[in-house]
Design a protein around this ligand. Structure first.
Ligand SMILES: Nc1ncnc2c1ncn2[C@@H]1O[C@H](COP(=O)(O)OP(=O)(O)OP(=O)(O)O)[C@@H](O)[C@H]1O
Length: 598
């Protein structure tokens, strides 16, 4: 191979101890009574050595690696030890980096920015030291030419190298890679594996699952761990593989790829099958009896859980999310263009009806529609953008970069500003085009309600994105919002609803949002609405409009802050003061001529 391995500089954080042994004892994972993915499997991996986990497809390689990441399935049994000590997940996270098959990167950040943020989140060094680390990693992983390219335009190999580069910053003793060469050509695969080989020279324990390695690639490995049917088939140095089988009478043909040879032994048609199964049993019991390591790790694990403070995590994550959002042209531009177009459409449809006494019902619909559309749009934006970020979050959380709380609050606040601008655009356009009252207090109160509705949409989008896959979330979140909308008290009033369903109005955020905005627009002793045709003006004052909606007597700040009074909670027993005794007259609507008068 013409590729020359770059020397690794000492600016990348180095491990201070000598020797790490990652061992696992009796790992068993049986997701169903009939399926055993890992079957009492044991073994150990050593620092300074590059180990390949190989085996036939479906044998349990990725499951083993996932278990070793410390975030295996709940039903996983057995123990994982570092230098013969069980560390617990919190401490284990500090030592291990797990690089999954897909390079999990934020697509809109450049190589340099990705590494800069990774350094910010993973080290406490000075600005100059951080700069040095970034430059070193770019140089070591041969990313100089693409340093200013966004991750999404990198080649598969470039993305993998960048992904590995992030892991190097946190100085992990143990590096786990799931098929780091998948999808790469032979040259790029060799480059990646050469880098991994270099890492072992820094006394790191590097383990990678690899699928059918070529002879060239295999030569880079020191040790092999062969998995078959969830059990260990061979464990030891690459050099000892052939002699081990030869001693049992199984000979590898000359010039044969050793990885192919061992995988072929698992075939059911293999003439040595019974011997192979016997050897597997022997290997399984030998692994269980392995002597524990005399090395110690605990002394290096003292100190805080995360490399940086909560505030630093929050600020760094917020900056990173803002940058990623602004760079996401498709989502950013579409979202704003969509909101402005929708605002103009609403403004056109409901043009200048805000002060028209004959069109109050249409205007209340306009206000409710604007509010609910803001909630929907912001929820959708989160669902669409979250899956990419979720993969990055999971990876960084596993790598002990930050707390869940720091991430969650940074996400909420980082998305708040784009949301605020978008919501304000839609709100401003509809508010003015539809002729709502131009009074500072009413505008500010309405704007605040709109912002909170948008924020609620974001929150629901994030929760839906966290809990469900994209397919489920895109169904679940709109359905949940529609249910909340149905029980907002706007479409069917509280007093008209089946008593069993009435409590739902108390939990629907829309009921408080609608009340808030209607009160902001029609409450606070609004002056009389304009009436062009006397007989059409049923509701002339804000008080009458609120009475029509069973909303008389609500308080804006109560709806906003406490949400104590659900929509239409009070069923009218008496007409409001503005509606006189004549209101049982079918024609009385025309008589609602003055607030407080008949
Ligand atoms: N949570 C689970 N529930 C049910 N079956 C599972 C689960 N996880 C893994 N399996 C099954 O266990 C087997 C081993 O899966 P695993 O992905 O570990 O294999 P692998 O050796 O990495 O395969 P490949 O080389 O094809 O990626 C597969 O048959 C898989 O379907």
């Amino acid at each position: 191979m013409p590729f020359k391995i770059s020397p690794i500089s000492t600016n990348i954080p180095m491990i201070s101890t000598t020797g790490t042994q990652l061992s696992f004892r009796g790992l068993t994972f049986a997701p169903t009574p009939k399926k055993t993915v890992l079957d009492n499997i044991s073994g150990s991996f050593h620092s300074g050595r590059l180990t390949a986990i190989i085996g036939p497809s479906g044998s349990g390689k990725s499951s083993l690696l996932n278990a070793l990441s410390g975030f295996g399935p709940k039903s996983l049994q057995g123990s994982i030890l570092v230098n013969n000590e069980e560390l617990g997940q919190q401490n284990y996270r500090k030592l291990v980096a797990y690089n999954t098959q897909e390079a999990t990167l934020l697509p809109n950040l450049t190589v340099e920015e990705t590494l800069e943020y990774a350094v910010e989140l993973r080290t406490r060094s000075t600005a100059a030291e951080k700069r040095k680390i970034v430059d070193e990693i770019i140089s070591v992983l041969a990313l100089q030419k693409s340093a200013h390219s966004q991750a999404r335009v990198l080649s598969g190999g470039g993305q993998k190298r960048l992904s590995i580069g992030q892991d190097l910053i946190s100085n992990p003793k143990i590096l786990l890679f799931d098929e780091p060469t998948s999808g790469l050509d032979s040259e790029s695969s060799y480059q990646i594996m050469s880098h991994l080989k270099e890492l072992t020279k820094q006394d790191r324990c590097v383990i990678s699952v690899i699928h059918q390695p070529s002879s060239d690639l295999l030569e880079l490995y020191d040790d092999l761990y062969v998995v078959y049917d969830g059990r260990c088939m061979y464990r030891g140095s690459l050099q000892d593989l052939i002699p081990w089988y030869e001693s049992a009478g199984i000979v590898c043909p000359q010039y044969y790829n050793r990885a192919d040879f061992v995988i072929k032994l698992t075939s059911e048609n293999n003439p040595h099958r019974s011997k192979v199964l016997e050897l597997i049993n022997q290997m399984q019991s030998e692994n269980l009896q392995e002597q524990p390591s005399a090395l110690s790790t605990k002394a290096n694990l003292s100190g805080r859980q995360y490399p940086t403070s909560w505030l630093h995590q929050f600020v760094t994550l917020t900056r990173r999310t803002v940058l990623g959002t602004v760079r996401n042209n498709a989502l950013f531009v579409l979202r704003f263009a969509g909101l402005i177009a929708f605002g103009l459409t609403l403004g056109f449809i409901f043009h200048d009806i805000g002060d028209d006494a004959a069109k109050t019902i249409s205007n209340t619909s306009n206000l409710a529609l604007t509010l609910s559309s803001l909630t929907f749009v912001n929820a959708a934006a989160q669902i669409i953008s979250f899956p990419t970020e979720a993969a990055v979050f999971i990876r960084e959380y596993r790598a002990n970069c930050y707390s869940v709380a720091a991430y969650f609050f940074s996400k909420l606040s980082a998305d708040f500003f784009p949301m605020m601008i978008g919501n304000s655009a839609l709100f401003g356009i509809t508010y003015f085009l539809t002729g709502q009252p131009i009074e500072t207090e009413r505008i500010l109160k309405s704007a605040l309600i709109q912002l909170l509705s948008g924020w609620f949409g974001q929150l629901l989008g994030i929760i839906g994105g966290c809990l469900f896959s994209l397919q489920v979330a895109t169904f679940f979140v709109p359905s949940a919002l529609l249910a909340m909308l149905l029980f907002s008290g706007f479409f069917i009033h509280f007093s008209e609803l089946n008593v069993v369903l009435r409590p739902l109005i108390y939990v629907s955020p829309f009921s408080y949002g609608f009340k808030g905005i209607l009160d902001a627009v029609y409450g606070f002793n609004r002056t009389e609405l304009t009436c062009h045709v006397e007989s059409d003006c049923v509701y002339r004052t804000g008080e009458q409009v609120l009475h029509m909606l069973d909303m008389q007597g609500i308080e804006y700040w109560t709806e906003l802050c406490k949400g104590e009074k659900p929509f239409s909670r009070q069923v009218m027993t008496e007409p409001p003061s503005s509606i006189n005794d004549d209101d049982d007259d079918p024609n009385s609507g025309a008589k609602f001529t003055r607030s407080g008068t008949s």
